[in-house]
Each structure stands twice: as structure tokens, then as C-alpha cells.
Design a protein around this ligand. Sequence first.
Ligand code: SF4
Length: 229
Amino acid sequence: MLKTVRQSANAKTGPIAVTYRAGTGSMFGTCPAKCPLNPAPAAGAAVIDRGYLDAVRRAVPRNGRAWTYSHFPAEKLPVPAAGETVINFSADTLAAALKARKLGRPTTLTLATGAEIPKRVDGVRLVRCPAEISDSITCSSCGDGEPLCARGDRDFVVVFTAHGSQARLVGADIAGGCYGAGGHVAMQWRATSQKGAPDDAAALEAFAASLPPGSFLRHHVVGDIGRQR
Ligand code: SF4
């Protein structure tokens, strides 16, 4: 199920196009069951939805930029190609982030709130999301027209610090920590699982094609590329 928003009101993304993706009747239905942040692993997906993934890769606004994040294993994610949506591997540990970099996948890393962020580890640069350190930067203004997360060939890891009501669980040895599991985002996500477009691949392609040239599209404020069980 897919929900599309032409202009997000979110303070962090700024006024860009975004989507939400959920399973039918389950917020976590498209997220990997093995994601350590997933508080409902039994509802999660075991495999990637290949048809939907193909749609995501193609769903880039004309002359624009598109990106997303996935908690599926880095080696299962496509290597970025010119003109396609950039699919970032979303790591929850430094070791996983470094491994993904070695595999040539664009990588983000979420650390526990207050964790120290090293500038470089094993020759890999770590760069904190600029929107976390400046109120005047959003995804729409990040990177002077080339948002950091939309750079498929970057040689650094983008670092976030955990946020949302579940943040205390990030880096802890218990399932949970997904920032979308609580608050306003959860309300939108739950609604997506109940009233979103059922053919998410078709809805996504139509949405991307309808956006003005030069638009930015961030896929999956919440949700992932999994196939619902
Ligand atoms: S690094 Fe830039 S594009 Fe990525 S989430 Fe932060 S502001 Fe948005």
C-alpha cells in the first residue's frame, strides 16, 4: 500500500515529494523481518519485492533526484546506476556501515542519541546529516541541489542520530527503535496500511511521472522494499 505526498510539511525534509509504504493492514509489512529496529518482526517481510524495487529504481522525477533507505542486507540492494533512485543501505552499527561501503553501496548509519561520531574510521569518512545540526537545512536544500543521500557515488557515510519516541532502543539489544513506530509518522503510516494505493508499483510510477521537472522525491518516509508475506 502506498501513500504519496506531493509536498511534505515535514520540518526535516522540507517541501519535497515523499511516499509512505506499508503492508496491507500492517505498518511493518514491507520492512525486513530481520531489521533490528522492527518492533513487530512477525509482520515483516522475508524477501525483497522485485517488481516494486524495479518501480522504485525507475521512479525519478524528470531532471530531478530520488533516493530512499533500506534495511535489507546491503549485498541484496542494487548498486546505484545513473538516472535511477539511489537506494541507501541503512546501517545500525558502524561495522555494518563499513562493510556496506566496501560493497560499494551508498550507506547511512544511525547511532544512538548522544553517541560520539568519529570523523573517519578505516579510511571511510562519516558526515552527519546537515539537517540535524542546522535548522536552516532540509533535504530540499541539502548539498546545494545534490542532497547527500541522493549521491549514489559518494565516498562517505551519512550519519543520523536516533530520533522519535523509540530512539532509546537504537543500539540496544532488544527489537525496536524504528522512528516511525510512534507519533505523527505512525499515524500516517497506519493510515497507509489501511487506505493506501493497493498497486504500489503502478501508483509510484504514476506519481513520479506527475511531479514537476527537477523535483526531489524521497521514497519511504517509513516502509521498505519488502514483499508482504
Ligand atoms: S543528509 Fe541531506 S538528504 Fe540526507 S536526510 Fe540529511 S538533509 Fe536529507
